[in-house]
Design a protein around this ligand. Structure first.
Ligand code: FAD
Length: 407
């Protein structure tokens, strides 16, 4: 089986989870990650992980790594909360779309929250020799009936039986494989920042804001979002065994806070992207000046060097395509509105489903193209449903532009 080689473009959550699955089953796997290492680009955000995500993670983490993941994740104090701008509770919205459909693992609740950076460090443990950092996958040469040649930005090539594009929303693999697949603007921009959760800041933050996700919005779709990460067991001996950077990350709880607004109510992208973080924070404070003082205080707590504008886009579900030995997982094929918090969970599920199919193909259990086709057929069902459900919720609560029909 060791001569069955899989190349993965992108070492994000989906790419590394898939790599762990394949490596565990004895396949030869290599991950090409554009960044120089895991620390180069700290994305600095926390993720809602549901049972779909935990099922996929538990299947690829050995018991000690799983325990480390649980220790470094947070167990939300309460479910999603929604308030108006004066902090009056809004109508309870249907939050069932945020739940997963994985197996209950017994040791964790349906919903937990995790630091994307910590998750990547945990997934990397044991995968060190399978990761190649510092060169982008810029495309591939498809040799029908034979291996695929992966082309890298440093001029080198790699040969594999299968290439998996796990390289996010701007995936060069998807662009070549499915040139008709489109990624579109949501009509909304975010200004995101972190709030350190220390004894001092926690005293200032109203208790009712601590939940899985707390959304505070006015009738114009201006919104402040507060997503706390209070790690469940940062003093675990498993944390103490890790290096200083890991211990330091885990020792600092934080909340992700996002101001979102319709593009029609914001300065142009060029202006936002060159604005100083201090100016962005001042701008948000001005926009929410008449809101409840507790919400204004949240924005005052934003750590300046984490304030950044984000222009997030999403995929339009694509019509079925003929399977080849090149395929795509995660945001590369189904980037979605964050309204339900299920993009990463769906990406983790892809890794689990495709992993099982590729192992079956490598063991001679089914022809490779049947395995790829079975993955793609299954994925298009659950993932495009997730894109549509997220779009519908995003339209309703964030003011996202409607999702066009399939491309
Ligand atoms: C602010 C924010 C909050 C979110 N909250 C949630 C949430 O609560 N719950 C949830 O489920 N989802 C959430 N999401 C969505 C979630 O982060 C994504 O769906 C998920 O990270 C997708 O994982 P991925 O591995 O497919 O892609 P990515 O995480 O984008 O990883 C892609 C990887 O590929 C690498 N790469 C890119 N191009 C190349 C190339 N050419 N060659 C080699 N490597 C390349 C990148 O460096 C990166 O490491 C959120 C997203 C954002 C931005």
């Amino acid at each position: 089986m060791s001569d069955f080689r899989v190349a993965i473009a992108g070492g994000g959550l989906a790419g590394m989870t898939l790599a762990r699955h394949l490596h565990h089953h004895g396949l030869d796997v290599v991950v090409h990650e554009r960044d120089a290492d895991l620390l180069t680009r700290n994305p600095g955000y926390r993720l809602h992980i549901n049972s779909t995500g935990t099922t996929a993670l538990k299947s690829v983490l050995d018991p000690r790594l799983w325990e480390l993941f649980v220790a470094t994740a947070g167990m939300p104090r309460q479910q999603i909360r929604h308030f108006d701008e004066q902090l009056n509770p809004s109508l309870i919205r249907d939050t069932s779309g945020s739940a997963g459909d994985g197996k209950a693992t017994g040791d964790v609740p349906e919903h937990l929250v995790a630091d994307r950076s910590t998750m990547r460090k945990i997934l990397y443990t044991g995968l060190e020799k399978r990761m190649r950092f510092g060169a982008r996958v810029i495309g591939y040469r498809h040799n029908p009936g034979a291996r695929v040649t992966v082309c890298l930005s440093n001029g080198e090539n790699d040969e594999a039986d299968v290439l998996v594009g796990a390289n996010g929303i701007n995936s060069a693999v998807r662009a070549q494989l499915l040139p008709h697949a489109s990624v579109i603007d949501r009509g909304v921009r975010h200004i995101a920042a972190r709030i350190p959760l220390t004894a001092a800041t926690k005293r200032e933050i109203p208790d009712e804001l601590y939940s899985l996700f707390t959304l505070v919005s006015d009738s114009q779709h201006d919104m402040i979002n507060f997503g706390p990460l209070e790690r469940s067991n940062p003093r675990s001996p498993l944390v103490a065994e890790r290096d200083e950077a890991f211990r330091c990350e885990v020792g600092n709880d934080f909340a992700l806070s996002i101001f979102s607004s319709l593009t029609t109510r914001l300065p142009a992208d060029a202006e936002l992207s060159k604005a100083h973080p201090e100016a962005l924070r001042r701008y948000v404070l001005k926009r929410i000046a008449s809101w409840h003082p507790g919400v204004v205080e949240l924005v005052r707590m934003w750590t300046l060097d984490t304030v950044q504008p984000l222009a997030l886009r999403r995929s339009v579900p694509t019509s079925p395509w003929a399977p080849t030995n090149i395929t795509v997982i995660g945001d590369a094929i189904h980037a979605m509105s964050p309204a339900l918090g299920i993009g990463a969970n769906t990406a983790l599920r892809d890794a689990q489903v495709l992993g099982a199919e590729l192992v079956a193909a490598a063991m001679g259990g089914k022809p490779l193209l049947t395995a790829v086709s079975d993955y793609e057929h299954t994925m298009r069902g659950y993932a495009f449903d997730a894109v549509r459900a997220s779009a519908a919720m995003g339209e309703r609560i964030i003011g996202h532009a409607p999702l066009p029909a399939r491309t």
